[in-house]
Ligand binder design. Structure first.
Ligand SMILES: C[S@@+](CC[C@H](N)C(=O)[O-])C[C@H]1O[C@@H](n2cnc3c(N)ncnc32)[C@H](O)[C@@H]1O
Length: 224
């Protein structure tokens, strides 16, 4: 995407009520006003909150918001020019139970209060295979602790990925640390049994992997 186009999207994001872009300082050094109040203040209801981490264009957030009007969905990504797509669709189609938060997932506990989140989707995270990059891997122990801090005790994390490495790494880590694996499938379109939400929605990255005939994997788990 050209820089002109990006700039246009950044400008448009500023005008959308469903896009929230706090600075790092606002999150870390001040009390972020939506923290603990997302449903009431952003969505004007008391409905459960579901996050999509690394949402990209926000396909999951938008599709699930349409399917579950009684839940609130928040797509999180550091790249505003990507989630502009989801935010724009939500504005155009008048979908009011979805929003986009531009921040680093590392700061999630500054953006949400304890027990504020009912469920998390992690959709096609970069597997960060190189050893030097492991601290950025979105299902490592440090990230799981961050998710646990904002999730309700019974809250579920869903991981959908094309990466056999990420799938195996996450399963191993979950078993090793005594977390509860609710469901695992290493080829969701071939092996029966995946929930409909897993197979009925495809993200932008996913559609590219599907063209390459890569198996798509899925894990649902609870953090103990
Ligand atoms: C491989 S893309 C997947 C995007 C989308 N979920 C999809 O399936 O099409 C990974 C996304 O995660 C975002 N991301 C990676 N690390 C992040 C971090 N630490 N904080 C926020 N976003 C991050 C990237 O900007 C990118 O949009």
């Amino acid at each position: 995407m050209g820089s002109k186009n990006k700039l246009k999207r950044f400008r448009e994001n500023e005008t959308f009520n469903n896009v929230i872009q706090p600075t790092r300082d606002e999150l870390v050094n001040a009390e972020f006003s939506l923290k603990g109040h997302w449903s009431k203040n952003q969505f004007k209801n008391n409905n459960p909150v579901v996050l999509e981490l690394g949402c990209g264009k926000g396909e999951y957030s938008v599709a699930l918001a349409k399917k579950y009007p009684n839940k609130n969905f928040i797509g999180i990504d550091i790249k505003g020019a990507r989630f502009w797509r989801g935010a724009k669709t939500a504005v155009e189609e008048d979908i009011n139970n979805v929003a986009f938060l531009r921040t680093q997932i590392e700061l999630i506990e500054y953006a949400f209060a304890e027990n504020e989140v009912d469920e998390i989707w992690i959709t096609f995270p970069d597997p960060q295979i190189k050893y030097k990059r492991t601290k950025h891997r979105m299902t490592n122990a440090a990230f799981l602790q961050r998710y646990k801090q904002v999730l309700k005790p019974e809250g579920i994390v869903n991981l959908k990925t094309d990466s056999e490495f990420m799938h195996g790494y996450t399963l191993g880590l979950l078993h090793g640390a005594g977390h509860e694996v609710l469901y695992a499938n290493h080829n969701v379109y071939k092996q029966e049994g995946s929930p409909e939400d897993v197979t009925a929605i495809q993200t932008f990255y996913e559609s590219q992997y599907l063209q390459l005939q890569k198996p798509i994997t899925y894990i649902a788990f609870k953090i103990k």
